[in-house]
Design a binder for this molecule. Structure first.
Ligand code: GRF
Length: 225
């Protein structure tokens, strides 16, 4: 690695709690990234305020302004590339991105998904985990490919599902883990410690277990590298 912080652009659509966790870790110096911009497809995303409060440039590119999905993707790519990021981070970005966009950032595009992938791809993961009677649930950070929520997993964290859980209580327990594993995965990527080989993620050249690094033990356990 170059020794310089890795330039990144972060895409959000809403609340921005993962963005805030990334900002916090960057501030401590543990996360060697330079957040060059935060871009949202939604001008009311509260995460934009977190970015602005941290002095980070923000942009809004509303998907509704474009008749075609590819036009939105192209406008987004142009905006992102002006910042010349090495990594592009999807932190609660709620638009499906097209083939060309994903190809353009192949191996540099990370997403967090609130389930233990490959279980519960798509939306409403917490309610679906409860409805399925899952005993465990969690979150996954993965590289983005054209297989929606199906790209190679970098790290997962799991939590127990409790008897009296609602989708909200379960979501809160998972979110706490998201805020731990997303900065860690971004750190590994920024330090150039991740490689993709035959669709599998390797950390420091080592072979990764099928389910990623983890699943980590439940909530109070420390993250180990
Ligand atoms: C998180 O649950 C994330 O896993 C999912 O969208 C949510 C975003 O939350 N992709 P926030 O905006 O980071 O608070």
């Amino acid at each position: 690695m170059s020794g310089l912080p890795a330039p990144v652009v972060i895409l959000i659509s809403g609340r921005g709690s993962n963005l805030q966790a990334i900002l916090n870790e960057t501030r401590t110096g543990r996360l060697p990234i330079e957040i060059r911009a935060v871009i949202s497809n939604n001008r009311t995303a509260t995460g934009l305020q977190h970015a602005a409060a941290a002095g980070i440039p923000t942009e809004v590119i509303e998907h509704r302004s474009f008749p075609e999905r590819t036009q939105f993707d192209n406008a987004l790519m142009q905006a992102i590339d002006r910042y010349q990021p090495r990594l592009v981070i999807l932190a609660g970005f709620m638009r499906i991105l097209g083939t060309e966009f994903i190809r353009h950032y192949a191996g540099r595009l990370l997403n967090i998904h609130p389930s233990l992938l490959p279980a519960f791809k798509g939306l409403d993961t917490h309610a679906r985990a409860l409805a399925a009677g899952a005993r465990e649930h969690g979150a996954s950070v993965h590289f983005v490919t054209n297989d929606l929520d199906g790209g190679p997993v970098i790290i997962q964290a799991k939590v127990p599902v409790l008897a009296d859980d609602t989708a909200e209580t379960l979501a809160a327990r998972v979110l706490e883990q998201e805020h731990r594993i997303f900065p860690l995965a971004i750190q590994w990527a920024a330090e150039e410690r991740l490689t993709l080989r035959n669709g599998q993620v390797l950390l420091d050249g080592g072979v990764q277990p099928e389910q990623g690094f983890g699943p980590l033990p439940a909530r109070h356990a420390g993250v180990t590298k």
